[in-house]
Design a binder for this molecule. Structure first.
Ligand code: DQA
Length: 138
């Protein structure tokens, strides 16, 4: 089972960015935990702060991988382009967020990703990624 985790802007700063919202673990450290926890999944990880690079990665893996776990971060709330890319591919996408975006500012209540996603997992901290992987492994 080939799964690609794609993280959007500012998620490279996990661990030092607003730790009261996003926790104090870096994604690199958490990714190693995920690899150990799910040896049956072939996990890959990509992060970019650039909208076009995120679209490029979705297109690149979106016809061959078994699943994409996408945290488009701030682009979730703005990007028609990433939303369209999710709809254009055949690989199912699970949208994840670390925080419960519905408890936060109103502009975070809108998602351009959700209409094309298989499902959405949010508000469980980094465990949201864990749950997304489990959703693919069944
Ligand atoms: C986020 C929520 C977004 O609103 C925010 O812009 C992020 C992270 C989350 O994982 O909670 O950068 O996607």
């Amino acid at each position: 089972m080939k799964l690609m985790i794609i993280n959007g802007p500012n998620l490279n700063l996990l661990g030092k960015r607003e730790p009261e919202v996003y926790g104090s673990t870096t994604f690199e450290t958490y990714f190693e935990t995920l690899q150990q926890k799910f040896p049956q999944a072939e996990l890959e990880y990509f992060q970019s702060n650039i909208e076009g690079e995120l679209i490029g990665k979705i297109q690149e893996v979106g016809f061959s991988f078994d699943g994409i776990i996408l945290n488009a971060a701030a682009y979730t709330h703005t990007s028609v382009g990433i939303g369209d890319a999710v709809k254009a591919i055949t690989t199912p996408v699970v949208e994840v967020h670390i925080s419960n975006t519905h408890k936060r500012e109103e502009y975070r209540h809108v998602s351009y990703i959700s209409p094309g996603a298989k499902g959405v997992i949010l508000g469980f901290g980094l465990q949201s990624y864990d749950l997304a992987i489990q959703s693919f492994l069944g």
